[in-house]
Structures are given as C-alpha cells and as structure tokens.
Ligand binder design. Structure first.
Ligand code: TYC
Length: 102
C-alpha cells in the first residue's frame, strides 16, 4: 500500500492478469465463379491487406482451395464473415468466407 499523494484516495497495488482473447482464423474458400479481382478487393477492403499480400492470398486460395486471411477475436471474425458474405451476395458472387472452429 502506497500513498501516491492523490489526496484521500488510498490505492492498493495489485497485479491484474489479463488474458488475450482467443483468436479465430478466418478463411476464404475457392470456387469456380468469383472473379480473381473481386477476391483481391475483398482482401484489401475487409482484411486490410496490401495489393501484393492480397494477390498472394487469392492465388493460394485458387490453387490450394482455401487460405487464412487473418486471425481475430471472435466478434471481429464473425463480423468479417458476415460482411464478406453480404458483399459477395450483393455482387452476385458465391464467394465463401468462414471462421475456424465454430
Ligand atoms: N477460382 C476463382 C477463379 O478462377 C478465383 C477465386 C479465388 C475464387 C479465391 C474464390 O476465394 C476465392 N475465378
């Protein structure tokens, strides 16, 4: 217990252990119809990748069937999945975005 000189507030020192939130991987899945440019746009706009990273990830999905776009706390991951689905459907593309382990 120390008096740090803040008037009559008594501050007790204590150690608070804060666990980082668990992270969920968000994946893009390949399909035969979504244009490559559209996938690159999704990766730059929704996942904040630069053009080079976006093209690499898009090609990985195209060749390997899926790739991780990022790892986020649960709420953030869920929101990205919903927004990508909405955006893809609004443009008439079947692009699938899923989160791991839920
Ligand atoms: N396979 C698609 C095509 O040839 C491109 C594509 C890449 C689609 C990644 C979806 O998540 C995807 N146009």
């Amino acid at each position: 217990q120390k008096d740090h000189g803040h008037g009559d507030v008594l501050e007790l020192e204590r150690t608070v252990v804060v666990e980082p939130p668990p992270l969920y991987k968000v994946w893009l899945l390949n399909d035969d119809y979504t244009p490559m440019d559209f996938v690159v746009t999704v990766l730059t706009e929704f996942f904040y990748k630069n053009l080079e990273q976006a093209e690499q990830i898009m090609l990985k999905v195209h060749h390997e069937g899926k790739a991780v776009c990022g790892e986020y706390p649960r709420d953030v991951a869920e929101t990205k999945v919903v927004r990508v689905a909405r955006y893809a459907r609004a443009h008439g593309h079947p692009l699938q975005c899923v989160m791991e382990g839920v």
